[in-house]
Design a protein around this ligand. Structure first.
Ligand code: PLP
Length: 393
């Protein structure tokens, strides 16, 4: 008999994918311009020009055998050094190539980190609402997922978290800016969270690792600051990805940074290399590694996301929706005007609005709106949002 767990995972498509497929059918029936699809988190702005130039230059000027050849398991040394130097420069945090493991994006960073840390039966805590794949990654690593519900403003509820951390807690995953809310954990909350983790480590005599899932770090608006967690908590592994920051989700490139302050750093880094090996994630795509080396300071122009955010947030608030103000990423989380967010999303379909119920993110009663779409989609969708809320008045 084949693995029933994997069979189950393979057969069950995500709610987001189901909505996207529904959108494809509607697009074929009534025309793409009449469907307001806010389901997927696929970057809608192009990669920076430097990325294209770097790719062309690498293809034209590099010996193809070395360009497309294997790098060492954790990645090319020059690339890892460049990333480490950038961490030192940007965050004032000690880092060298020996702390960096190149991966195929944040998904690989997370699954490698979890497999490196977790023994069967350990617990991994996530702060709701959370990216649903955390459950798949944590359970596949042998952990039990423990979900910590949020405060009303979607910030971390430390009184609740306090009760959920046990001697079995091996790690906590923190995602800020957050998918699905767009919220950013403020410094005061980060300090309090890290204080609590330290207290629990001392109380139980255990190590609790903080896995910082940071694909949206560069996508923040206004004067929002995102605290760099290794500066606040020693046992931190940063799972970074260029999928969203450089609009390269299909190219599968990112890294794990094991903070030098992690206890038994050498062993933890070796376990990361071991997990990468066991999972078949050695040697991230070689050309993309070199692209990152050449584009270390490149930034996507996120003005379009910010414009979309302002347009949508202001209009929804004006119409009477209750919305968590998004500070980063390209998601907006709104309170469903009826308790059942799934039923609300079904009603939204009448107006060709494709929204995702928050239930699968551990945020029941809320709805995720991905605003990484064309500005015209937002503008054209606004009358539909207005008609939809009027049904509840
Ligand atoms: N973590 C979060 C919070 C995400 O939203 C995503 C993708 O949407 C990932 C991780 C995976 O990103 P990647 O494309 O880098 O694997």
């Amino acid at each position: 008999m084949i693995s029933q767990t994997m069979l189950g995972l393979g057969k069950k498509s995500s709610v987001i994918r189901e909505i996207f497929e529904y959108g494809n059918r509607r697009r074929a029936e009534i025309g793409a311009e009449n469907v307001y699809d806010f389901s997927l988190g696929n970057p809608s702005i192009p990669a920076p020009k430097q990325v294209t130039e770097a790719m062309l230059s690498l293809l034209e000027n590099t010996d193809p055998v070395s360009l497309h050849g294997y790098t060492s398991g954790p990645g090319a040394l020059s690339v890892r050094s460049t990333i480490a130097d950038s961490i030192v420069k940007r965050f004032g945090c000690a880092a060298t190539a020996a702390d960096i493991y190149m991966t195929c994006g944040a998904a690989a960073s997370l699954t490698v980190s979890l497999n490196a840390l977790v023994n069967t039966g350990d617990e991994v805590v996530v702060l709701a609402p959370f990216f649903p794949e955390y459950r798949v990654f944590a359970e596949n690593a042998g952990a039990t997922l423990v979900v910590s519900p949020p405060r009303d403003d979607m910030g971390p509820d430390l009184a609740v978290l306090d009760k959920l951390i046990t001697p079995k807690t091996k790690a906590i995953i923190v995602n800020s800016p957050n998918n699905p809310t767009g919220a950013v954990i403020e410094e005061a909350d980060m300090v309090a969270l890290c204080d609590l983790l330290r207290l629990k480590q001392t109380e139980y005599g255990t190590d609790i690792y903080l896995i910082a899932d940071e694909p949206y770090r560069e996508l923040v608006y206004g004067d929002t600051e995102v605290p760099y967690i290794p500066n606040y908590y020693d046992n931190t592994l940063v799972c970074y990805s260029y999928s969203k920051s450089l609009s390269l989700p299909g190219e599968r490139i990112g890294y794990i940074f094991v903070s030098q302050k992690v206890k038994d750093h050498t062993d933890v880094f070796a376990a990361v290399c071991g997990a990468g090996r066991a999972l078949g994630f050695v040697c991230a795509p070689s050309m993309m590694q070199l692209v990152i080396e050449k584009c270390i300071d490149a930034k996507a122009d996120i003005a379009a996301y910010e414009k979309n955010r302002n347009l949508l947030y202001d209009a929804l608030v004006e119409y009477g929706y209750e919305v968590i103000e998004p500070k980063g990423a390209f998601y907006l989380f709104l309170k469903s005007p009826e308790a059942d967010a799934g039923a609300f999303c079904e009603k939204a379909k009448k107006y060709e609005l494709l929204l995702v119920p928050g239930d699968s993110f551990g945020g029941p009663g809320y709805v995720r709106v991905s605003y990484c779409v064309a500005e015209s989609t937002i503008r054209n969708s606004l009358p539909s949002f207005e008609k939809l809320i009027k049904e509840y008045k």
